[in-house]
Design a protein around this ligand. Structure first.
Ligand SMILES: Cc1ncc(COP(=O)(O)O)c(C=O)c1O
Length: 444
């Protein structure tokens, strides 16, 4: 079947769609058929400008030939090989190349790489590494993890436990965790450009939770340096530095979840570099392979890795791993992606566009329903006032309206979240903003 032919649509019943209102969607589907550069084409042949890098992942833009060629070559050479008590060169090669662009720079020593298949797997891997490390160094009572309200750390049982989005948690059992307050404060920080000025004191929640539970019960604290999925929530100035200081004081490992911020989103290779705050573990996925092949990676510090490399040499040090950890085809996609990032300076390109992006987004300040605009690097959020008794429906209507006119945005609650591919040009930034502006005027 050629889905790029106009109106060539599949049967919709069987695919149980993730994070989707299945019945609503299947009654009025939006189907993308192909993609190139900054644009998708839908099954009816309409062009759709990608304002979200797919799902925060296609950082180098769509349809990169270099990645396709590398994947094809690898599939023909070695389609799959195990990495349990076995190995293949390309996974080691990829880890070594990642070790050169490591979060925090080479001096941070975050260059021990554990491969996973997704962001959720990276998060659960990092949580398990943290707990196992504490036990390995004689701190076996440390099994609790501290997360944050409104945090999103994927959908594994570990990730939902430390996450703070109620709909993802309410019907599932959880591992021991507690939560700091989130840092969204529209009353004090509305329309901040870049990092908000107010809220540093919220970092003291970590100190409070340490006092509540006892430091000897806490293995790690995990935060997104910038929360994406909850609607782009930024850390107040000095906040991450303070979290680092408190975690260090009590022997608590710090995990940065960089599944969104990793690979250039803020104008530096990682948020770790942007903030100059170095954690003990960094979770990544998405931009790792430009979204082309599923893969995630956890960067661990040498301290954490070495802490677990004890006991007899024939003993497995960490009873954890996935069939697809270090998958050869994903590794090939990842290496090709890193080459593109390096050749086109994409890991720092957002820095040069950040001000244009910021001014363009903030030009929407006085449009109907807008209660806040937030931005950092090439990430943006436009928060709308909710309709009485129907939260989320206004932003959803803007999303549908934009899609019909040829722009893909993402909405979460009443927040429009934007994260275009890092190859975006200034004219395309203007197009995104003017299309959203028009939609805001149309939607009641
Ligand atoms: C910060 C963060 N962590 C984890 C995840 C989960 O990643 P995945 O959907 O690949 O499992 C996401 C996904 O958006 C994310 O934003």
């Amino acid at each position: 079947m050629d889905y790029t032919k106009p109106s060539n649509t599949p049967t919709l019943e069987n695919f149980w769609m993730p994070f989707t209102a299945n019945r609503q969607f299947k009654a009025a589907p939006r189907l993308l058929a192909s993609a190139s550069g900054m644009y998708y084409t839908d099954v009816d042949g309409n062009t759709v400008l990608d304002g979200t890098a797919g799902l925060w992942c296609v950082n180098a833009g769509h349809g990169r030939k270099r990645i396709a060629d590398a994947v094809e070559r690898q599939l023909r050479t070695l389609d799959f090989a195990p990495t349990f008590q076995m190995g293949h060169p390309i996974a080691f090669d990829f880890a070594e190349k990642l070790g050169r662009i490591v979060p925090g720079g080479v001096a941070a020593e975050l260059d021990r790489v554990f491969f996973t298949g997704s962001g959720s797997e990276s998060v659960d891997t990092a949580l398990k590494i943290a707990i196992a490390y504490q036990r390995a160094i004689g701190q076996g009572t440390r099994s609790r993890i501290i997360g944050r309200e409104k945090g999103y750390h994927g959908v594994g049982f570990g990730g939902i436990s430390v996450g703070g989005l109620v709909n993802n948690r309410r019907v599932f059992p959880q591992i021991p965790a507690d939560h700091m307050r989130h840092t969204l404060d529209i009353e004090r920080n509305a329309f901040s450009k870049g990092l908000p000025a107010h809220g540093l004191e919220l970092a003291e929640d970590l100190e409070r939770l340490v006092q509540l539970h006892g430091p000897e019960t806490i293995a790690a604290v995990i935060v997104e340096p910038m929360s994406g999925s909850a609607g782009v929530i930024l850390p107040p100035k000095g906040y991450l530095e303070r979290i680092r200081a408190i975690s260090q004081k009590y022997g608590i490992l710090l995990i940065f979840d960089e599944v969104i911020t990793g690979f250039g989103r803020l104008g530096t290779p990682f948020a770790t570099d942007y903030f100059g705050v170095v954690p003990d573990l960094v979770t990544t996925a998405k931009g790792l392979t430009n979204g082309a092949i599923p893969m995630g990676a956890v960067f661990a510090s040498r301290k954490v890795y070495d802490g677990l490399m004890n006991g007899p040499e024939n003993a497995i040090e960490l009873f954890h791993g996935y069939t697809y950890s270090g998958h050869p085809v994903a590794s090939a996609a990842g290496i090709a992606t890193l080459e593109i990032y390096a050749e086109e300076n994409l890991l720092t390109r957002a820095a040069g566009l950040a001000e244009t992006w910021q001014e363009a987004l903030h030009s929407l300040k006085d449009h109907p329903h807008v209660v806040d605009v937030r931005n950092l690097g090439l990430v943006g959020a436009i928060e709308l006032s909710p309709r009485d008794g129907a939260p989320g429906t206004r932003a959803y209507d803007v999303f549908v309206d934009c899609f019909k006119k040829g722009l893909l945005i993402r909405v979460t609650g009443d927040v429009i979240a934007l994260s275009p591919p890092l190859i975006i040009e200034k004219e395309q930034i203007e197009t995104i903003v003017s299309m959203i502006g028009d939609a805001l005027k149309r939607v009641a």
